[in-house]
Design a protein around this ligand. Structure first.
Ligand code: ADP
Ligand code: MG
Length: 488
């Protein structure tokens, strides 16, 4: 299934519809589309975070009004708290007046009188309970961590939502954080930087008729999901009778073998021919080469050519502008094609003729060479690169053309297969992380300052409320900025 973008309303819809179900004039199609996309419509209608923000603002204003009207009474309540009571501790008169001892506690003065003369006087300041209880309560209000607890997850949710709106599905806020630290981006070639739509440009060294060779190749490939296989089936034309094919085996990163009409057909690259012990010829044309062997005998090769995606070159340039220091292309295709594509697109490093396991090994090497704290992202369509998608710090898969395995294994999915979105995803993640840091520094900074002022007696409950609810409202408003990513 492919997702198409409606030019009218901008919605994504399955290619099983003839036209966009969201703005279709056909009532039945519109109903069916809306029913099948119910979950998505529901999600669009789900309440925005504007509601909770409004509630917080109202609570804040209510607290403000209550304190404005009743503030004096609340303060006086504290000020009128009991002062230490005056106690006279006067022992009963002793039978001999000369040896009498009197202990008097008057306000803040403790007096000891023995035998008529004052022996000891101790004076102290007023305990001032009202002031200190008031300050303690203000401390309690300021130290409430709600600004951090609410605004940090909210910034991540907003970042994920903003990225989703741009067609980049990020599977968790930890990947958003990792994306912001990306320094190396590794690409697959076919289906990632190139469109993966091949045209047959020539058939060479074939002792049999071209049509026959193409038919054998297409039949052998009839069960494969590789872009090469789809192109060969298209080039063979007409409907293929799959009952003519048995014993299909896909050799990952090499090609396929199958029995067609009782003869063994192998279609793939030089590695596959070597494995099967077939004497094969190099081809001097630039393009991807599919060598064919029939019954263990070399039967010529088909030259197919792929085209780069229109934004691939700009995508590499945008990544460099976004601070990515190294771009690498890993492909199973031949060196000649890989070099040509890498040079044309401006990729820094290229490795060709790799099997899926070789791609994992090369990514392991790159991961070891990464500096501390830097992350490596692998971008692929998942055909022959699902293992490496899971091994990289961040796996980015093509959502429309990519295989289900890739979408499952990846941490980030590009809904429209546009490589330009990789730089965009990195910028979105950086903005989101910047907002999170701003909120942490702002909230903690204001709270620490207010705590100090309260302890020294320069601030009152008003400032406490600002440091708690006010800072939280400001941090929430700042977090909402992470949703605005369209112009990044
Ligand atoms: P990339 O790494 O560029 O995406 P792949 O790993 O998918 O390329 O494939 C690597 C090479 O393996 C292809 O260039 C092709 O030569 C060969 N190959 C893979 N699958 C097939 C297939 N189904 N039919 C023919 N050749 C294939
Ligand atoms: Mg590929």
């Amino acid at each position: 299934m492919k997702l198409l973008k409606c030019p009218k309303c901008g919605e994504l819809f399955s290619d099983s519809y003839k036209e966009c179900p969201f703005c279709a004039e056909d009532e039945e199609l519109a109903q069916g589309g809306k029913a099948r996309h119910g979950r998505r419509i529901q999600r669009q209608k789900s309440p925005s975070i504007g509601g909770p923000v409004l509630v917080i603002v109202i609570v804040f204003l209510a607290a403000f009004l209550v304190y404005a009207f009743f503030g004096d009474k609340i303060s006086s309540l504290f000020e009128k708290t009991d002062k230490p009571s005056v106690e006279d501790v006067t022992p009963a008169p002793s039978p001999t007046p000369d040896t009498s001892v009197t202990l008097t506690l008057d306000q803040q003065t403790l007096t000891l009188v023995e035998g008529g003369s004052t022996k000891l006087t101790v004076s102290g300041a007023d305990a001032d309970w009202g002031t200190w209880v008031y300050r303690a309560l203000t401390f309690l209000v300021i130290s409430c961590p709600c600004a951090l607890v609410i605004s940090i997850p909210l910034s991540f949710f907003a970042g994920l939502g903003g990225a989703g709106k741009e067609g980049v599905l990020i599977k968790g806020s930890n990947y958003l954080e990792a994306l912001s630290q990306t320094k190396t981006v590794v690409f697959d070639k076919t289906g990632t930087l190139t469109q993966g739509v091949f045209e047959v440009s020539a058939v060479h060294h074939s002792p049999m008729a071209q049509e026959k060779l193409l038919e054998y190749a297409a039949l052998a490939e009839c069960a494969s999901s590789h872009p090469i296989s789809k192109s060969l089936q298209k080039a063979a034309g007409g409907a293929l009778d799959r009952s003519r094919v048995t014993d299909i085996q896909e050799h990952s990163g090499r090609g396929v073998t199958a029995v067609v009409d009782g003869v063994t057909v192998a279609a793939g690259n030089g590695k596959l021919m070597e494995e099967l012990g077939v004497a094969w010829h190099e081809c001097h044309s630039v393009g991807t080469i599919v060598h064919i062997a029939v019954n263990g005998e070399y039967a010529g090769h088909i030259v197919i050519s792929d085209v780069e995606k229109p934004h691939s070159r700009d995508a590499i340039a945008a990544l460099k502008a976004a601070g990515v220091t190294k771009t690498v292309m890993l492909t199973g295709d031949i060196q000649k094609v890989a070099d040509y594509v890498a040079r044309d697109l401006g990729v820094d490093e290229v490795r060709a003729e790799l099997l899926p396991a070789d791609k994992v090994a090369r990514v392991e090497e790159l991961l070891k060479a990464e500096p501390e704290g830097a992350k490596l992202a692998f971008v692929g369509d998942g055909i022959n690169d699902a293992p490496v998608l899971s091994r990289a710090d961040i796996g980015i898969a093509m959502g429309a053309m990519g295989s289900d395995a890739a979408i499952e294994a990846a941490d980030v999915v590009l809904m429209d297969d546009d490589p330009m979105k990789i730089a965009k995803a990195i910028k979105i993640s950086r903005k989101c992380i910047r907002i999170v840091h701003e909120n942490i520094v702002f909230s903690l900074g204001v709270k620490l300052l207010c705590l100090l002022l309260v302890a020294l007696g320069f601030a009152n409950m008003w400032m406490g409320i600002f440091a708690d609810v006010g800072v939280m409202v400001l941090a929430v408003l700042n977090a909402i900025r992470a949703l605005r990513v369209h112009n990044l």
